[in-house]
Write a protein that binds this ligand. Structure first.
Ligand code: COA
Length: 291
């Protein structure tokens, strides 16, 4: 199963061989957002390596993505936890051995669940900070020599949750605020050596793992409340990714590309504006208070 197919080459604005000879290294590539990002890159000529924790899921995703373009190579790198920089370094070494180089990095591995402060333990908070923020740092750390050699580019998968107070997402909001800060500082440090660093901040994107975890069954109502009157598609994320990695964005670094139909501008990101009703279960839940 893939999200995109050959028709992307006709329906998108991009040239088929845009990324010919290039290699993209992706954490979280077996999920939904990062998977479609990888699919677009592969359809447009790149080879890819995808990192995941689960062996079956990562192997299956790599095989499916590879089938999108004849002659493409997609390396599966399972059993890698982005919290462990040594595991990532080994994954990078395997990528370079099998694909020869790394030009682009997508740091997208993320952890998420809805939890209010009272039901969020210190370890739960730390787990998300470690996966999203430390994991993003580790990913760049492991890829740095390749990025430097190839004057590459990085995309961090961020969010809009930290632009305003989104309840039950304080752990993710805090992590993604850090990711934005990391990207901005790297853009400045890496500018002189020719590496670009940007974020994509997806809003409500239909049929993604994140949406399933966060929407609380509010899908239909969310679309109505987005200024562009629809939920995002995975292709919207694919197109933003291709743009940021393409030569068309060669003067764009330190930016956050928000792909959300205008949703965050009016505080409508995930339907949490109705939180006292929609998420009443949190208030009714048994006493939390675990440290
Ligand atoms: N509400 C509150 N706390 C939760 C929780 C929830 N829904 N789910 C997990 N936690 C807590 C655990 O209880 C644990 O805390 P404790 O030790 O104080 O009990 C802590 O989070 C770590 O959980 P654990 O399952 O040991 O961590 P993990 O590293 O295996 O998993 C998660 C990390 C929790 C982020 C898990 O959701 C995950 O693996 N997610 C990956 C996929 C994902 O979230 N994708 C989202 C894409 S948007």
């Amino acid at each position: 199963m893939t999200f995109l197919d050959q028709s992307y080459l006709q329906t998108s604005s991009w040239k088929p061989d845009l990324f010919k000879g290039k290699v993209v290294f992706v954490t979280g590539g077996a999920g939904s957002i990062c998977r479609v990002q990888t699919e677009a890159m592969v359809l447009l000529g790149a080879n890819a390596a995808i990192v995941g924790r689960n062996q079956q899921k990562t192997d299956d995703a790599a095989k499916d993505i590879e089938s999108l373009r004849s002659g493409s190579k997609v390396v599966s790198l399972p059993n890698v936890d982005v919290r462990d920089v040594k595991q990532l370094a080994a994954a990078v070494a395997k990528t370079v051995k099998e694909l020869g180089r790394i030009d682009y990095v997508i740091a997208g591995a993320a952890g998420n669940f809805l939890a209010d402060f009272n039901h969020l333990s210190s370890n739960a908070f730390k787990s998300v900070i470690d996966i999203d923020l430390l994991g993003s740092f580790n990913t760049v750390k492991a890829c740095f020599e390749e990025l430097r050699k190839n004057k590459g580019a990085i995309i961090f998968v961020s969010a809009t949750l930290h632009y305003y107070g989104v309840p039950f997402q304080l752990h993710v909001g805090a992590a993604k605020a850090g990711v934005d800060a990391l990207s901005n500082a790297l853009a400045v440090e890496f500018g002189p050596i020719g590496i670009r660093s940007n974020c994509i901040a997806p809003g409500p994107i239909a049929d993604t793992e994140g949406m399933a975890r966060l929407s609380g069954g509010e899908k239909g109502r969310i679309a109505e409340k987005v200024p562009l009157q629809r939920m995002g598609t995975k292709q919207d994320i694919a197109d933003a990714t291709v743009y940021l990695f393409s030569p068309s964005a060669s003067y764009v670094t330190g930016d956050v590309l928000v792909v959300d139909g205008g949703a965050w501008q009016i505080g409508q990101g995930f339907g949490t504006q109705d939180y006292p009703v929609t998420f009443k279960k949190f208030f009714d839940a048994p006493k939390g208070g675990k440290l």
